[in-house]
Design a binder for this molecule. Structure first.
Ligand code: PEP
Ligand code: MG
Length: 596
């Protein structure tokens, strides 16, 4: 229950989609249903099973109807999420396990479904990757719908929202967001969720400000309460005073003018003052993100992560599914190129069936290319899908976590086998398809001269390269102070990889987060990187700083960095160099200073 009005109540969440909005709350409490737990008589069992199936069928009908009613084309692009939900409704494990529980334990359908969810949840909890873990929410959205149908509860008619409102919900299912008239939605805030939850992804691509993970929003906010939300900083103010509203409006004016100014750079070439042209591309996980990538000036997709395809399901994606998704990807980004990375998953980051061998050290375990090499059928199916899509646009294949020559040769041998199969079956694909190796393991960087003979390009994954070189777990907050992109070891490694690659005549891309920070981007340019790939939103500011610089000055900056022996000396030097070189934009340009 929402409590009485409090003035200027600040709550902090996670900024999920940037933008400052002042508006009235529209409260949705749809996820809070109390579940009755009842023991039933043996004679009632089949009736209960039937009641469960009726609720499933009703849920299917509702989702199909929602899908059919979407008129807005931008919103329609996201309707595949409803297909995922329809697939979950057909999931054998979900259906069979619930029915078995009703029959064996003689419990009502709500209780049985709840027990099945607990089991599925445990499997999802073990997933380390935030993006993949978040997909578990789809299961809950679907379950909430089934529960409501079992209980005969009405679904809020959110199609009828009128006047600009800020939607406040415990969580929002994609079905909720897709059926809203988004013209009337000024913002979203939710109790749960992270940066990569559906609400976050959808809001970003629709440019609607959103704050997620607020925990207490639905218990503190009443419907109709005036609210301020800042989708960048994650701040929410309930019942703000005039003074607080004015200060946010001032912040909004400043941000808007910076954004307007920075977006001007999106469509300009990424070229330094002395004429060095760099390809800036986007890292994405869903085809739906391409419009944002294009809007921010991406010249292709430098990293398409394919892990999401394997989630929310008990079975594996078929060759046809791979083909359809990659085909949409290459056709939408055409004439630019898409770089598709083969499955980068393993250790504790996989479907329950494949995570039997509990690994002590999953980051060093059976993951990425190692997993693909062991489960060759899964690998070949993906490769066939990728190759077939290559007939419809421009694409390159990227192999993750390559540690040395043997691995890359094995991966290539499997690729050749798949190509032969396609040729035999007279199925078209790009015979000249380029392949690349991710350089993210120290052994690969040290042997990059050898690896360069085997591939058409390298892509440096600094997220993992830093983790493995410095022995610092990338997701462990206790050692995060040691996670230093400008550590002399990292700079030396990158310099070496670029030298080896250029001697062999192949280009080097970077697709780790490091590329998205303007100061680091300049250093990477000075180190000789040829292509940069980053989250779409960061592209314009990186473009701007590159366009304001000369390649020669970045080279001499890098030379000076090699005179220092510690990461903090280097950081300090770069900071003062940036402050002198870009006095006006320094705050936006220097890593970690963006929100100062
Ligand atoms: C990296 O390691 O830098 C990278 C881009 O891959 P991921 O973050 O997906 O591991
Ligand atoms: Mg990686």
């Amino acid at each position: 229950m929402a409590v009485q009005q409090q003035i200027n109540k600040f709550i902090q969440g996670i900024g999920a989609s940037p933008g400052i909005i002042i508006g009235k709350a529209y409260l949705l409490e749809r996820f809070k249903v109390r579940l009755p737990q009842k023991q039933i008589n043996p004679g009632q069992v089949e009736e209960e099973v039937q009641r469960f199936f009726n609720a499933i069928q009703e849920s299917r009908n509702q989702l199909t109807e929602i899908k059919e009613k979407i008129l807005d084309t931008e919103v329609r692009k996201h309707s595949f999420i409803l297909d995922v939900h329809l697939m979950i409704l057909n999931d054998e494990m979900l259906l069979q396990d619930t029915v078995d529980t009703i029959r064996k334990k003689k419990v009502n359908a709500e209780w049985a479904l709840d027990l099945t969810l607990e089991k599925l949840d445990a499997a999802f909890q073990a997933i380390e990757d935030e993006y993949l873990r978040e997909r578990r929410s789809d299961l809950h959205y679907v379950a909430a719908r089934i529960f409501r149908n079992l209980l005969g509860k009405k679904h809020d008619d959110i199609t009828k929202i009128k006047g600009k409102v800020i939607i406040v919900a415990h969580d929002l299912s994609p079905a909720d967001t897709l059926q809203m008239n988004l013209k009337y939605v000024a913002g979203f805030i939710t109790d749960i969720g992270g940066k990569v939850s559906h609400t976050a992804i959808l809001s970003r691509s629709l440019s609607i400000p959103a704050v997620v993970g607020l925990e207490v929003a639905t218990s503190l906010i009443n419907g109709g309460d005036p609210l301020i939300i800042d989708g960048e900083t994650g701040e929410v103010v309930i019942n703000p005073t005039e003074e607080v509203s004015q200060s946010f409006l001032e912040r909004k004016r400043r941000t808007k003018s910076f954004e307007r100014e920075i977006l001007k750079y999106a469509s300009l070439p990424a070229e330094t003052r002395d004429g060095v042209r760099i390809r800036l591309q986007a890292n994405i996980e869903m085809v739906e993100e391409i419009s944002s990538a294009k809007m921010h000036g991406a010249e292709g997709i430098g990293l398409y992560r394919t892990e999401i395809l394997y989630l929310n399901r008990k079975d594996l994606p078929t060759e046809e599914e791979h083909l359809q998704i990659y085909r949409r990807l290459v056709e939408t980004i055409y004439p630019a190129t898409a770089t598709i990375r083969t499955l980068d998953i393993g250790g504790d980051k996989f479907l329950p069936d494949y995570s039997k061998n509990n690994e002590m050290n999953p980051a060093l375990g059976l993951r990425a290319i190692r997993f693909s090499m062991k489960e060759t059928d899964i690998f070949k199916t993906q490769l066939r899908g990728i190759l077939r899509a290559s007939a419809h646009g421009k694409l390159r294949i990227l192999f993750p976590m390559i540690s040395g020559m043997e691995e890359i040769r094995q991966a290539k041998a499997i690729l050749e086998e798949v190509k032969k199969g396609l040729m035999k079956a007279k199925i078209p694909f790009d015979q000249e398809i380029e392949i690349g190796a991710m350089i993210e393991i120290p052994s690969a960087s040290v042997t990059a001269d050898l690896l360069a003979r085997e591939v058409n390009f390298f892509s440096i994954g600094t997220n993992d390269l830093i983790q493995y070189t410095l022995a610092v777990d990338r997701i462990n907050e206790h050692v995060s102070y040691l996670y230093e992109p400008l550590h002399p070891a990292i700079l030396r490694i990158i310099r070496g990889v670029v030298q080896y690659a250029h001697q062999a005549g192949i280009p080097v891309a970077i697709c780790g987060e490091m590329a998205a920070e303007p100061a680091y981007a300049l250093i990477l340019l000075g180190l000789g990187l040829d292509e940069f790939s980053m989250n779409p939103v960061s592209i314009p500011r990186v473009k701007k700083v590159l366009r304001m610089s000369r390649f020669e000055e970045t080279r001499s900056l890098v030379e000076q960095l090699f005179q220092f022996s510690t990461a903090s000396e280097i950081e300090c030097f770069v900071r003062s160099w940036m402050a002198k070189r870009f006095p006006e934009d320094f705050i936006q340009y220097y890593a970690g200073e963006a929100k100062a």
